[in-house]
Write a protein of this length. Structure first.
Ligand SMILES: [Zn+2]
Length: 321
């Protein structure tokens, strides 16, 4: 059976970065770029559209820019060299890349992409368009559904929190999200052929999940999990860039505290890949009291421009086919 634990761990790191972004009033979408051959984290990125007031500052662009800045200047315009480099890189991102990012990833020749939940408005890796496999430039492979419910839960937390601090007509609708069950899993057969699915997720998971939208992927087949099983403080301490997301001097204590809060935000998944909604999870406002959002701050008034929803139904709406 293919060992999925490192894949889930990398996604859990990206989710944690998304959680830190949320604490800073950003939409919790985050990513890491990882070397395919060494599994080393090359850079991290998180949504920065609210702070920068720039709608193109998506997590993927930020992570790519950081890696690009490490490439010698005279090589940056050499597309063959760029593609040679990124061909050995995997992107782990909490939400399916949008059409803009999917296109950029293709141009730089990314090795492959692993994402959490589908992006039902702007998804460029199979939900709205299949940019990753169109005929322009070399196609790349993309695999969704890894820690999908956690990615959805993080987005829901964000929207519920946002509406607590900035009243608007969406309050009631978003409040209803709080205890709502998740939409079904990705319809994998609309995204991957049986061969593609099996190559990445293994044949036992193919039998269990390929045609079963009622089941979440688990790091070990037929075993339940919580994020405590997957992500540990050492994994985060190894991400040197994470320190930049903290101003405090006592970085390690804050990180440990944040990690404990982070664990509490998510439901457990049982051995059949079902979400255990009986667990009491932490509401983000309990954490937000530590970092209250100021509604007068312009940052908090432009949040709506971002294109993600918390009610991701992951339905296929292929406009190009
Ligand atoms: Zn994007």
């Amino acid at each position: 059976m293919s060992d999925m634990i490192p894949t889930f761990r990398n996604m859990a790191i990206a989710l944690f970065i998304g959680y830190r972004a949320m604490i800073n009033n950003e939409t919790p979408v985050a990513c890491i770029l990882v070397s395919r051959s060494t599994n080393q984290i090359l850079s991290i990125g998180y949504n920065d559209t609210n702070r920068s007031l720039n709608g193109t500052r998506h997590a993927e662009f930020i992570a790519i820019d950081k890696v690009m800045s490490q490439i010698p200047v005279h090589d940056r315009s050499d597309i063959a060299k760029i593609q040679g480099f990124f061909g050995d890189v995997i992107l782990y991102v909490t939400v399916e890349p949008c059409i803009m990012c999917a296109s950029a990833l293709k141009q730089i020749g990314i090795g492959y992409v692993v994402y959490g939940c589908g992006n039902d408005r702007f998804g460029g890796n199979g939900t709205i368009l299949s940019i990753h496999q169109d005929k322009i430039n070399k196609a790349y492979q993309s695999y969704g559904g890894v820690l999908r419910t956690e990615a959805v839960q993080l987005l829901r937390n964000f929207y519920i929190q946002e509406n607590d601090s900035a009243p608007n007509p969406k309050i009631k609708k978003n409040k209803e999200l709080e205890n709502k069950e998740y939409p079904p899993n990705l319809d994998f057969k609309e995204y991957l052929s049986p061969e593609e699915f099996t190559e990445f997720f293994g044949d036992e998971r193919f039998a269990a999940s390929y045609d079963n939208r009622g089941r979440e992927l688990t790091p070990v087949l037929n075993h339940g999990y919580t994020l405590r099983d997957i992500l540990h403080i050492e994994d985060l301490l190894a991400v040197s860039e994470l320190k930049e997301m903290y101003q405090e001097k006592d970085f390690e204590d804050k990180l440990e505290n944040d990690l404990q809060n982070f664990y509490g935000l998510f439901y457990d998944i049982d051995e059949e890949g079902k979400v255990d909604f009986n667990k009491i999870i932490t509401k983000i406002d309990q954490i937000a009291q530590i970092n209250p959002a100021d509604p007068a701050d312009p940052v908090n008034q432009v949040i709506q421009v971002d294109g993600f929803t918390t009610d991701l139904d992951c339905k296929k709406r292929k406009l190009n086919k």
